[in-house]
Design a protein around this ligand. Structure first.
Ligand code: ATP
Ligand code: MG
Length: 418
């Protein structure tokens, strides 16, 4: 048996390096919890001379210890190490301003100011391990379904897509922008690779400070030729169920006390118009064509619970590349978890003339799309896709209240450091 390349068989001799998370001094025996490769290992020191030597040790001190493995029921890992020798590698100059094992953690802004230290907290170790497992699980599922992982440029020439505000940057002597999504590139890529996905950063100059918006977020984008709207929704719900099943047995889910989430496919599908009508009958009036604001989404999310799709959004609420179903509504969907939007997607226009018309109607300069539009002359297949906010998904899976907890070093309208 071994734990992250550490031999844990009774009687094995091991050498470990790590940081002290906590110290429990029982006079005749000293217990050190050391974090090694993101896992907690209990060291037991019984030799009075060694206990004496450890008197200068503190939380966050990096040590190297040599000892013998003893199986035990005292700790969740099932083993501890009886120490034969120990030495200090690094002594921290300062004491941690917050307790790394207690329940009394300071507020999020204070923690974010010292994020690298905050990330040593066992809850954060578990959370970011889950984030990594979640990404592997997504990759595995999409790859098994014939999708090729790609990376598209994050520095773009024109403020192309409309909608969210972009961050302008200097690109040599020209103005350029940070990409708000890989939308147009992933659409072009289905011409050659048929099914593609990308997990990468998106940049959005969000105007306000909310618990669901970051200026730099991570997006899972998928796009596939010959898929229609319904097939894309099915791919998305299957991907989510796959991820939830993969994560459900993980010990980290218990550590972070992740909420129990039920996800049974097919998820409910509600048309935008149906929601507007039903909310009106409860006294909540949304003009057909207006966006569902947070009050409407809260009311609907409370009513239906769990995961569900909102489909057939009015054309004017969706970006220009979304295919209209008729002159009122589009072949589009948002995947929701209660009132939280996790994803937007839909079928795309693949006819150049229609696309050009929609760009014009959206008030965007057709000139800026010249190159993109020219691709459509060479046989662009019908296609569909979606974009999922990775931090939003982690919020839901881990039961986080603030999206900033789901990212290592968050960026928002007020925060650019650390
Ligand atoms: P919202 O209405 O919640 O602001 P949106 O409709 O503007 O989101 P889309 O352009 O549809 O967002 O982006 C696809 C997905 O990317 C969203 O469903 C969401 O999960 C995620 N996302 C978008 N903007 C942000 C952001 N600023 N921070 C974190 N995640 C985001
Ligand atoms: Mg959206």
């Amino acid at each position: 048996m071994s734990s992250l390349y550490l031999e844990t068989k009774e009687g094995s001799s091991v050498n470990i390096k790590g940081w002290i998370l906590s110290i429990r001094d029982q006079k005749t025996v000293l217990f050190l919890i050391v974090v090694r490769m993101r896992e907690q290992v209990q060291l037991v020191i019984k030799d009075p001379k060694l206990i004496d030597k450890c008197s200068g040790l503190n939380v966050n001190t990096a040590i190297e210890a040599v000892g013998t493995v003893k199986r035990t029921d005292r700790v969740p890992s099932g083993f501890e190490i009886e120490v034969k020798s120990i030495k200090t590698i690094v002594t921290p100059k300062k004491r941690s301003p917050f307790d790394l094992i207690g329940k009394n953690m300071p507020g999020i802004e204070t923690r974010l100011d010292m994020r690298s230290l905050d990330l040593r907290h066992p809850l954060n170790l578990a959370l970011f391990k889950l984030r990594a497992y979640m990404l592997s699980s997504i990759r595995e599922h999409l790859t098994a379904n014939g999708f090729l992982e790609v990376n598209t440029p994050k520095i773009i020439a024109t403020a192309s897509e409309g909608g969210a505000a972009l961050f302008p940057i200097m690109y040599y002597d020209k103005e350029a922008f940070l990409a708000q999504s890989p939308q147009l590139y992933k659409e072009e890529l289905v011409m050659s690779f048929e099914r593609v996905f990308e997990i990468g950063p998106i940049f959005r100059a969000e105007p306000s400070h909310t618990v669901r918006h970051l200026s730099e977020a991570t997006s899972l984008d998928a796009e596939a030729a010959f898929f229609n709207n319904e097939e894309m929704m099915e791919l998305l719900e299957r991907t989510l169920v796959h991820v939830l099943e993969d994560l459900s047995g993980r010990s980290e889910m218990a550590i972070i006390k992740a909420p129990k989430i039920t996800a049974i496919t097919p998820f409910s599908r509600f048309k935008y118009g149906e929601i507007v009508d039903k909310l009106a009958s409860t006294g909540l009036h949304i003009e057909f064509g207006d966006d569902l604001d947070s009050a409407a989404l809260k009311a609907w999310g409370d009513r239906v619970g769990g995961f569900y799709f909102i489909t057939e959004w009015p054309n004017k609420l969706k970006p220009f590349y979304i295919k209209p179903k008729d002159d009122k509504v589009s072949l589009s969907f948002d995947l929701m978890y209660r009132e939280i939007e996790l994803s937007s997607g839909g079928e795309r226009i693949h006819d150049r003339r229609v696309l050009e018309k929609r760009i014009r109607e959206a008030g965007l300069p057709v000139q800026g799309f010249k190159n993109h539009l020219s691709v459509y002359d060479y046989g662009m297949p019908p296609h569909a896709g979606f974009g999922v906010g990775i931090e939003r998904l982690l919020m839901v899976i881990a039961g986080l209240k603030n999206i900033r907890d789901a990212v290592l070093y968050p960026r928002d309208i007020r925060r650019l450091t650390p």
